[in-house]
Design a protein around this ligand. Structure first.
Ligand code: 3SK
Length: 512
């Protein structure tokens, strides 16, 4: 019999003989539990057995509304072992979205952290498909069963053999524009990301301790904090709370990670916090950023403070993880770097033809980790997955050295006086002003119904004033060009963002 390509064989079972006593996961909060590789292998067998006993058949979906805690990997890998498809859900959504995802996925079971039960309760109890509601932690509320009772007495089940092309898990992507789509990923995709970005860009090894602010339900977090460290037998630090700059600094001090995976917003806020408190003592060797392009100034300030760079990279739920990135020995802030080994990139115009160096085009990517398609959304699948190429919806140009420079989302770009304007370029200019913490730029219409840039700004400290708005407009004019300055400036407490910190410009556009 050929070796099984079930991802659980590679990520879990292999370690139960090679390093059973090595800690795979360590919780940074609450009871601060840890989970060894050997224990994870047997716990996931137990979950697989319990799923089968409950009549949850191969290829059925189970929804996971689970915080970053050790039950997440136990349930996820247990499902893969049984051929059941886990669908980790964003833990920050509202009741209506859970309702539509449970209906869309037709999940036959829901695993939910007790803290999250109130928000999903109505949707779960009303779902025609959900047959089992398994609650993690606390007392099981009426109509649910606790995880330990669900598992009690089940016969452990070994990893089922399957091909690398079999669907392993789904992730719901709402992208930056709204409507969630079920993105179907195959078993082979997890290993593809670990063997490309994980080992060839991050250079992860068994000694590493990884801390990711992006949660496990999100593709970026799942790779950073679960599959990539597990591929090399490293340790991942899990934190079940909301990431804040204070919390990040505490975890860096207490857990001593060697690899930190952040997002630009949190890097910016952590740098602002570090203006007021002492830098923690942490053995960081590598910091990465994704979710949205990292403003130059943030990278430079971080480097000045820590002596190491932030590797800015680009990934997507559809590609599972990062496929375009800076490298430790070649960081140029303000660029997204070059293709990660194993991926190919193209920049194309509206007719699908390659653009020349220096011209802006949409980024297309090809690589082993691409999703199989969206669940039950044929038109959207066809628009995004074109043969071996996946459309990213991001606009880029290439500099003379072949590095990719982010220009904005396809639908965020607009023309001012007939010239393309990249909102991102204006935002970068605004962020480099000492009073600005975050900025988002969208198109708005002036009294002549012409498109012009409008900025939403979060200030670092202090109070907004009409003089500051004028100062910022002049600052942008001087820095990047007279026609690019924001004609209107609105000061805000915060900006609407996705779970990974991508600014939802469509929400600001609606308001503008
Ligand atoms: O959203 C992103 O930018 C991202 C980055 C890395 C991996 C996965 C995703 C979705």
């Amino acid at each position: 019999m050929t070796a099984s390509a079930n991802a659980a064989s590679y990520f879990v079972d292999r370690h139960s003989t090679e390093r059973p006593d090595k800690i795979a996961f360590r919780e940074a909060a609450g009871k601060k539990r840890s989970l060894k590789y050997g224990q994870l292998a047997s716990d996931s067998n137990q979950i697989a057995g319990a799923l089968t006993r409950a009549g949850i058949a191969r290829e059925s979906r189970i929804a996971m509304l689970v915080l970053d805690q050790i039950e997440f990997p136990q349930i996820y890998w247990g499902a893969l072992k049984a051929g059941v498809i886990p669908v980790p859900l964003n833990t920050l959504l509202g009741a209506d979205v859970y309702d539509s995802i449970l209906r869309d996925s037709r999940a036959s079971a829901l695993f939910v952290s007790v803290e999250l039960w109130p928000v999903v309760k109505q949707a779960a109890l009303a779902s025609p498909d959900v047959q089992h509601i398994v609650v993690i932690g606390g007392d099981a509320p009426e109509g649910t069963i606790g995880l330990s009772d669900f598992l009690a007495g089940a016969d452990p089940q070994e990893t089922l053999s399957c091909s690398a092309d079999e669907v392993a898990f789904w992730l719901y992507s709402s992208g930056s524009t709204g409507q969630p789509k079920g993105v179907r990923h195959v078993h082979g995709a997890l290993r593809a990301t670990a063997e490309t970005y994980g080992s060839q860009v991050l250079n992860l090894d068994e000694q590493d301790v990884v801390y990711s602010v992006a949660k496990l339900f999100f593709a970026y977090g799942m790779g950073n904090a679960m599959s990539m460290p597990m591929a090399v037998g490293a340790t991942s630090v899990l934190f079940n709370g909301r990431p804040t700059p204070e919390g990040v600094l505490d975890i860096l001090e207490a857990e001593k990670p060697t690899v930190f995976c952040g997002v630009p917003t949190l890097y910016a806020a952590t740098l602002a916090q570090l203006e007021m408190v002492t830098k923690p003592n942490a053995p960081l060797r590598c910091c990465i950023s994704a979710g949205e392009a990292l403003p130059k100034d943030i990278g430079r300030k971080w480097h000045a403070l820590w002596g190491i760079d932030i590797l800015d990279g680009v990934g997507s739920t559809e590609m599972l993880h990062i496929f375009l990135s800076n490298r430790a020995d070649d960081v140029v802030y303000g660029t997204s770097g070059i293709a990660v080994p194993g991926y190919q990139l193209r920049l194309v115009n509206e007719d699908g033809a390659e653009v020349a160096q220096g011209e802006i085009g949409e980024l297309l990517v090809s690589g082993e980790s691409a999703a199989e398609g969206y669940w039950n959304q044929r038109d959207k699948s066809r628009e995004t997955f074109e043969g071996k190429w996946t459309r990213t919806g991001d606009k880029y140009e290439r500099d003379q050295q072949g590095r990719y420079i982010y220009c904005g989302r396809t639908d965020d770009m607009f023309k001012v006086s007939g010239i393309w304007l990249s909102p991102f370029e204006v935002e970068q200019a605004l962020i480099s002003h000492p009073s600005v913490l975050e900025a988002a730029v969208v198109s708005a219409r002036d009294s002549a119904d012409l498109e012009k840039p409008k900025a939403f700004i979060v200030l670092k400290h202090g109070v907004a004033s009409p003089e500051l708005a004028d100062e910022l407009k002049a600052f942008v004019k001087d820095k990047i060009g007279k026609w690019k300055y924001p004609r209107w400036i609105e000061f805000a407490e915060d900006l609407p963002k996705t779970a990974t910190g991508k600014i939802q410009r469509f929400k600001l556009r609606e308001g503008a």
